[in-house]
Design a protein around this ligand. Structure first.
Ligand code: NDP
Length: 253
């Protein structure tokens, strides 16, 4: 498969559904060998089969990124398989919604573990490889793309802890961007609006129905719309750094 990412290797976390799945397919279509990470092996295998059927290269990495050792081993397994790592998309995430006073503490902990700690574990393990790739790849640039949210820019009642995690991701991205930009590792953030994925299926009963009513009749974004934004960022020439892309659904405030 030829494309702008030919001879590069990309790791996409949370690739077993939604935005991650679409992003992995899009990067593979640009010629990257894609490592697809998640906990549901069957879904990852299905995706890998689709990528291969389209002429691409895929590698399944089953891991729970909330476990530091699994996250680090996952990154190392990609480098062991392909010898390099040029692009990382930190996409795995979860969302809990509801008034703080009614929210189970476990739901808050889960968001912090996946959206923040998991993202940090993957980033910490991947950074040395990205720095090396930026130095020795033909493109002489590497990319770390973090998937935040509109909730990383706008706080609303009912999403306080999700806001905490996504504002955190946005802030972390900007600071890290400044640290490694001279070495040509581009660190970018994509902030999706409402996307039609499995994300809301994990919400608590009662809350889920409320959210579903709120978006009823709205034309939501598709996972491919966000994959397009990620692809745009990572296919730019090294002289260009797209720091941030906010993508809302057409009717979303
Ligand atoms: P999905 O629920 O479809 O995807 C979430 C992905 O994260 C799954 O592939 C899941 O895989 C993976 N994941 C969750 N926990 C872990 C874990 N512990 N270890 C490894 N992988 C994990 O939702 P989306 O595609 O919508 O979400 C992707 C990202 O986009 C998230 O960060 C979300 O916050 C963000 N986002 C989504 C929006 C939306 O409206 N959908 C809006 C704004 C941002 P598995 O279960 O197999 O582990």
């Amino acid at each position: 498969m030829t494309g702008r990412l030919q001879n590069t290797v990309a790791l996409v976390t949370g690739a077993s559904s939604g935005i991650g799945e679409a992003t992995a397919r899009s990067l593979a279509a640009e010629g990257a060998a894609v490592a697809v990470l998640g906990r549901r092996r069957d879904r990852l295998e299905e995706l890998a089969d689709k990528v291969r059927a389209d002429g691409g290269t895929a590698f399944v990495v089953q891991a729970d990124i909330t476990d530091q050792q699994q996250a680090a081993a996952a990154v190392e397994s990609v480098v062991a398989e392909f010898g390099r790592l040029d692009t990382v998309v930190n996409n795995a995430g979860t969302m809990g919604v509801g008034q703080a006073v009614d929210s189970p503490l476990e739901e808050w902990e889960r968001m912090l573990e996946i959206n923040v700690q998991g993202l940090l574990y993957v980033t910490h393990a991947a950074l040395p490889h990205l720095l090396r790739a930026a130095e020795d790849s033909p493109r002489r640039v590497a990319d770390l793309v973090n998937i935040s949210s509109t909730a990383g820019r706008v706080a609303r009642p009912g999403t306080a802890v999700y806001n905490l995690t996504k504002f955190g991701v946005t802030g972390f991205t900007e600071a890290l961007r400044q640290e490694v930009m001279q070495k040509r590792v581009r660190v970018s953030v994509v902030e999706p609006g409402t996307v039609d994925t499995e994300l809301s299926s994990h919400l608590r009963d009662g809350v889920r129905q409320t959210i579903e009513r709120q978006v009823e009749g709205m034309e939501m974004l598709r996972p491919e719309d966000i994959a397009d934004a990620v692809s745009y960022i990572v296919t730019r020439d090294r002289r260009v750094a797209v720091n941030e892309i906010l993508v809302r659904a057409g009717e979303q405030t």
